[in-house]
Design a protein around this ligand. Sequence first.
Ligand SMILES: [Zn+2]
Length: 61
Amino acid sequence: MSCPICTAETERAYRPFCSRRCADVDLAKWMNGSYACASTDPEDAEKALEELEKTDIGKQF
Ligand SMILES: [Zn+2]
C-alpha cells in the first residue's frame, strides 16, 4: 500500500498515509471540499465524518 498523497510507502502509525504531514494534507484537502464530494450540505459532512471515523484516523487513540 502506498500513501495517497505522495505515494511513498505507508507507515503503520499513519495509515493510509506515510506520515502525519500527509495525513494533515489530506485532512486539509478534505476541509477545503476538494475531496470526492464537494457538498456543503451539513448532513453530507456528517456522513463524511462517519466514514472518516471508520478509517484508522478515528481508531488511532
Ligand atoms: Zn505521504
